[in-house]
Design a protein around this ligand. Structure first.
Ligand SMILES: Cc1cc2nc3c(=O)[nH]c(=O)nc-3n(C[C@H](O)[C@H](O)[C@H](O)COP(=O)(O)OP(=O)(O)OC[C@H]3O[C@@H](n4cnc5c(N)ncnc54)[C@H](O)[C@@H]3O)c2cc1C
Length: 427
């Protein structure tokens, strides 16, 4: 493990500050050791794949960055008639993986032969292009959780959707984990057809994308019913940049924000992303959400207060949005949990243990983000309050998960519990 490592060297955007701690584990045991170190020292953890979809703050990351590039590089292809099962380490470059499978005469990975980054990052993002996506080939994923325990998840449980997965959901909920291996299923194909597809996609990419300038690919997600690049172009923002900044909307592809000459700071890129999103919203009423993962603190991040409270003292007057989480099961009625306070591990495990919890928390994050997006410019700090009966088990749990999700979506978040001393007699 090393300290104070400059992260701009590990991202395709070529900007970003230092990691306080940094490690490149070469096997699962080293990952487990890293995670234990982080837990023992109360450090936040960020897992970095190829850094092809990350905007890391100039202020860096005040915790441990685990970079997966050092993990085992082998790709095993086991043929079974007309299909093959491919297993590979998560730190392998997606392009190497896709090309190796294609060269072995199997179809299905052509779409991925031009997507930068690692396999782990591609699963997390459900990366895709030209009508193909990781969802079409991935069958199983192995990961290590924050307590160092290995898990396997497969099939529908991977929840692969447009640029999302169960892993993106877990990250939004503040969970720590490292994807270590993936398994994919591919079918035999015609090598000429495979190569012709690969060449076609390559030509499309080189003619339409600014591949010679640092970027993270498409900066924004595709809003339902629209194309981000077209909206940006129609808003007159082709080639647009803020005064004195080297971050620019690519003149070649409006969906890409680029870092000209590698001279833009992460803050420059962040400011442009926000400005473009606001301008498009102002013109068309469509909010562009970053596809790029925004890591760390940036100036001008929208401020959100997340407050937990008990309904028995009434709803907080200052709240812009109030959630009632009394429908979640109440740990207060579990005798062994009754004496514990809000964030003790058994309580988190109890509340996490219900199938509905994940969807419930996702709903809180989505509704809050939607409410913030609809506010007029300069509306100031947003306060969201999460309430349960009168105590703080469910409200604190949900508020913590909501705060982690909002943080991961690029908000500056402050959390607090209202009247904790008065409330803690009840659940
Ligand atoms: C020129 C260019 C073109 C691009 N074109 C496309 C495209 O066509 N389609 C597309 O979908 N994307 C595209 N991208 C974006 C990017 O390539 C993908 O999102 C890619 O899958 C990111 O992988 P990564 O390893 O770099 O992830 P990173 O950027 O390192 O990380 C992305 C997220 O995944 C998490 N993560 C990464 N690895 C792990 C792991 N092992 N365990 C747990 N979490 C992990 C990180 O914490 C982070 O939240 C493009 C980018 C560039 C620069």
């Amino acid at each position: 493990m090393t300290e104070d490592i400059l992260l701009k060297n590990y991202t395709t955007f070529k900007c970003g500050g230092n990691a306080r701690f940094f490690d490149e584990p070469t096997n699962e045991q080293e990952i487990i050791d890293d995670l234990k170190y982080a837990k023992d020292n109360n450090l936040d953890v960020f897992v970095l794949g190829g850094g092809a979809n990350c905007l890391i703050s100039d202020k860096g990351f005040d915790g441990l960055v685990i970079r997966t590039a050092g993990l085992a590089k082998e790709i095993n292809i086991t043929e079974d008639g007309d299909t093959a099962t491919v297993t590979a380490g998560a730190g392998i470059k997606l392009i190497s993986f896709a090309v190796k499978v294609a060269n072995a005469g199997f179809a299905g990975t052509e779409f991925a032969t031009g997507i930068p980054g690692t396999l782990g990052g591609a699963v997390f993002m459900n990366a895709g292009a030209y009508s193909g996506e990781m969802r079409d080939i991935i069958t199983k994923v192995r990961y290590i959780d924050g307590d160092g325990i290995p898990h396997e998840v497969g099939g529908d449980d991977l929840k692969l959707g447009y640029r999302t997965s169960v892993f993106a959901q877990m990250a939004r909920q503040g969970k720590v984990f490292v994807i270590t291996r993936i398994e994919a299923k591919v079918r035999r194909g015609n090598i000429e057809e495979i190569n012709s597809k690969i060449n076609e996609y390559k030509t499309k990419r080189t003619t339409s994308q600014p591949l010679d300038v640092p970027s993270a690919g498409s900066t924004f997600k595709r809003p339902e019913g629209y194309f981000a690049g077209k909206l940006i172009d129609d808003a007159g923002l082709r080639g647009y940049s803020l005064e004195g900044s080297n971050a620019q909307v690519s003149p070649k592809h409006c969906g890409f924000v680029v870092n000209n000459g590698g001279k833009a700071s992460a803050q420059d890129v962040y400011d442009l992303i926000r400005d473009v999103s606001d301008k498009v919203y102002g013109k068309f009423g469509v909010r562009l959400e970053p596809e790029v993962r925004i890591i760390g603190e940036f100036d001008g991040m929208p401020d959100v207060n997340v407050m937990s409270f008990g309904f028995k003292y009434g709803e907080p007057a200052e709240a812009d949005l109030v959630f009632d989480v009394r429908t979640l099961k109440n740990p207060y009625w579990v005798p062994e949990l009754r004496p514990l306070s809000g964030l003790d591990k058994p309580i988190i495990e109890y509340l996490d243990g219900f199938e509905e919890t994940e969807g419930f928390v996702e709903g809180l994050i989505k509704d809050t983000s939607d409410a913030i997006a609809k506010r007029p410019d300069g509306a100031g700090k947003f306060t969201v309050a999460v309430g349960c009966t009168g105590g703080h088990h469910r409200s604190v749990f949900c508020a913590q998960r909501l705060a982690a999700g909002l943080k991961a979506s690029g908000y500056h978040v402050v959390t607090r519990h209202r009247d904790i001393l008065k409330d803690n007699a009840d659940g």
